[in-house]
Design a protein around this ligand. Structure first.
Ligand code: KIV
Length: 276
């Protein structure tokens, strides 16, 4: 049966909330996340049935042409979140806190509030144990937090390259412990980037909060991909991405629906997209 005949069928679904995602995790139902940076794609993603739209600081690379996410500013994030919000039709919106925007407690609270006022429903911050305090401060004040662990692009100069994280057993053990700490500090979602699939599975099973993966194998509760990777227009193609536009029979809308269907049916990510 063609999945393309269903274009727009999700436009009238109830708005996705954090509790929708928690229930999906409990039921073992996979959910999807994609990045978007403007109103048009914000609308297309939500109408294709994508549950979560991430306004990611990846915009620094795919929109602005930088070679890292470090130059992205708070003004950039506020602008793109407000654009996506205007097009969105019920997806849950996560906004990225850019590099050095959560270096102190006051800065963290003020900047997170700016993103929430712009339309984010949750903010994402990168790091391990060191973001536990910020996570707690934000959660206590009603701002849901997505903690981003594994390969954290804002730390690229410390990490030394876009490498898989957690292959070393000691690093894997400390990532598991830090994920637990962030959950107990109030994180509502964990995002794992570029980690071996067995570690991602262990962390996903250990946590009660939903876990979203990118390059983290098929066993996380949700999957996320950068929109430009899905459309095959990014300058580089990491192992964990798939161009869904190439085989789409209904253009961009079809590619988005195929992604949703492939994640939900467990066809994506396939073994060739995963790390051991
Ligand atoms: O900024 C972003 O788009 C991200 C994804 C790669 C997960 O953080």
């Amino acid at each position: 049966m063609s999945t393309h005949a269903t274009a727009g069928e999700h436009s009238s679904r109830p708005a996705v909330t954090l509790s929708t995602l928690q229930k999906m995790k409990k039921r073992g139902e996979k959910f999807t996340c994609l990045t978007a940076y403007d109103a048009c794609f914000g609308q297309l993603l939500s109408e294709a049935g994508v549950e979560v739209t991430l306004i990611g600081d990846s915009l620094g690379m795919v929109l602005q042409g930088h070679d890292s996410t470090l130059p992205v500013s708070m003004e950039d994030m506020v602008y793109h979140i407000s654009c996506v919000k205007r097009g969105n039709r019920g997806a849950f919106l996560i906004g990225d806190m850019p590099f050095m925007s959560y270096a102190s407690e006051t800065q963290t609270l003020e900047n997170a509030a700016r993103l929430m006022r712009a339309g984010a429903q949750m903010i994402k911050i990168e790091g391990g144990a060191w973001i536990a305090r910020s996570t707690q401060l934000l959660a206590e004040r009603g701002i849901p937090v997505c903690a981003h662990m594994g390969l954290t692009p804002q730390s690229i100069n410390r990490i030394g390259g876009y490498h898989v994280q957690g292959r070393d057993p000691r690093q894997a053990e400390s990532m598991l412990a830090e994920a637990g700490l962030l959950e107990s500090s109030g994180a509502s979602i964990l995002l794992l980037e570029c980690v071996p699939q067995t570690l991602a599975r262990t962390i996903t099973e250990a946590l009660e909060i939903p876990v979203i993966g990118i390059g983290a194998g098929p066993d996380t509760d949700g999957q996320v991909m950068v929109l430009h990777d899905l459309l095959g227009i990014s300058p580089i193609t990491p192992k964990f991405v798939k161009n869904f536009l190439r085989d789409s029979r209904a253009g961009i809308r079809g590619a988005l629906q195929d992604y949703v269907q492939a994640v939900k049916s467990g066809q994506f990510p396939a073994p060739e997209h995963c790390f051991d």
